[in-house]
Design a protein around this ligand. Structure first.
Ligand code: NAD
Ligand code: WQD
Length: 342
């Protein structure tokens, strides 16, 4: 019988791509999502890709009773990938309590149920945001974390601490925190992808929406950073590469290959691209000229960051394979599919 994985936040952007990869690797998947930032149609689209509709329950993981009831009824779950969280940095500054409640309470409810119902394995979605602006580049997993720039960023830092402290106190628990750099791109079928609500905050959805005519112009935040072209640098990673890393992490835990019961891996490509390189790269792959304007820096932005991926490459045996062209072209194909552009 196939082994069953719980994917919280599985109808979301990274979750849906990971569900596809888990199913393609022979796992049974059950998704829990409250659909606060995703849509139920994602389940049909996953089925169109893999031929399998994942099991699904809709509820809020910050609700302790519902979470407990779910685990009491699903004793065949062997591992969890915990994506469910609120992720809008700006909103978290305006509504810190919403973010602390949603992101921290959900995590604690899941961990308490794991201990109560004996589910030993969990992979947690962390973020390169925990590094802030690092003093030395590229960043390894040992690079010191910095004070968070936002309540959202702080929930990632605190959730990492909750995970490591809980793992230290419960020897049966096996945990992995994956620090994602900047996830972009979409499945090659263009059936699943990122669905930003309202005006996108992130660069690539803003680029594709501008190209699709939904936005008048892209604002490039700052051209006076200490970088070769003056715009800020990030390590963009294709969401499908990211999804594959989750399958590797789950297999590592299920086969007891983990070296300690709290492990951290950076998930990036190891390459940094500037905002202007992203703009030029998009214009090249799409053939669409972008209307963009240089404006002031965005508050809270860091200048540059990219990952040292040695540990993930050597210890997980995982390496990002997809390059910038694929990231930008698949994002564009997804946007065109959404907007019914030929
Ligand atoms: P997403 O918003 O697309 O997916 C998150 C899903 O969780 C959504 O479907 C939402 O409805 C669900 N959810 C939120 N709170 C919930 C709750 N209390 N109970 C049940 N479901 C809930 O986001 P994503 O981009 O796929 O991100 C997934 C994870 O990765 C998040 O934890 C996010 O913080 C983290 N992460 C994302 C990025 C990024 O840039 N996308 C970068 C680093 C880390
Ligand atoms: C990338 C670059 C912007 C929009 C955020 C979160 C982080 C993580 C990933 C979850 C920056 C520039 C952007 C625009 C622009 N999420 N930009 N014009 O800021 O690296 O990270 O998402 O953990 O926590 O903070 O990603 O895509 O917003 O920005 O010039 O309209 O693009 O200034 O240099 P960021 P981003």
């Amino acid at each position: 019988m196939a082994r069953k994985i719980l994917v919280t936040g599985g109808t979301g952007y990274i979750g849906s791509h990971t569900v596809v990869k888990l199913q393609e690797s022979g796992f049974d998947v059950i998704i829990v999502d409250n659909l606060s930032n995703s849509s139920i149609e994602v389940l049909d689209n996953i089925e169109k890709i893999t031929g399998i509709k994942p099991e699904f329950e809709q509820f809020d993981l910050a609700d302790k009773e519902k979470t407990d009831s779910f685990f009491s009824r699903n004793s065949d779950i062997e591992a969890i990938i915990h994506f469910a969280a609120s992720k809008a940095v700006g909103e978290s500054v305006e509504k810190p309590l919403l973010y602390y409640r949603n992101n921290l309470v959900s995590m604690m409810n899941v961990l308490e149920c794991q201990i109560k119902y004996d589910v030993p394995n969990i992979v947690f979605s962390s973020s390169c945001t925990v590094y802030g602006q690092p003093d030395v580049l590229p960043v390894t997993e040992q690079t010191p974390r910095k004070d968070a720039e936002s309540p959202y960023g702080n929930t990632k830092r605190v959730n990492e601490d909750i995970l490591s402290d809980t793992a230290a106190a419960n020897s049966k628990l096996k945990t992995i925190a994956l620090r994602y750099f900047n996830p972009v791109g979409a499945h090659k079928s263009a059936l699943i992808g990122e669905l930003p609500l309202g005006i996108p905050n992130n660069l690539v959805p803003f680029i594709t929406q501008t190209a699709a005519g939904l936005r008048d112009e892209l604002k490039v935040f700052g051209d006076n950073y200490n970088t070769p072209d003056g715009s800020a640098i990030r390590d963009y990673i294709h969401v499908v590469d990211l999804a594959k890393a989750h399958v590797v992490a789950i297999n590592r835990l299920l086969s007891n290959k983990n070296k300690s019961n709290y492990e951290i891996f950076n998930l990036g490509t190891g390459n940094g691209y500037s905002v202007l390189e992203m703009v030029k790269g998009f214009e090249k792959v799409s053939g669409v000229k972008l209307n963009y304007k240089i404006v002031d820096r965005r508050a809270g932005d860091i200048e540059k960051i990219w990952a040292d991926t040695t540990f993930a490459n050597e210890e997980l045996g995982w390496k990002a394979e997809k390059g910038l062209e694929d990231m930008l072209l698949s994002s564009w194909n997804w946007e065109k599919h959404l907007r019914k552009i030929e």
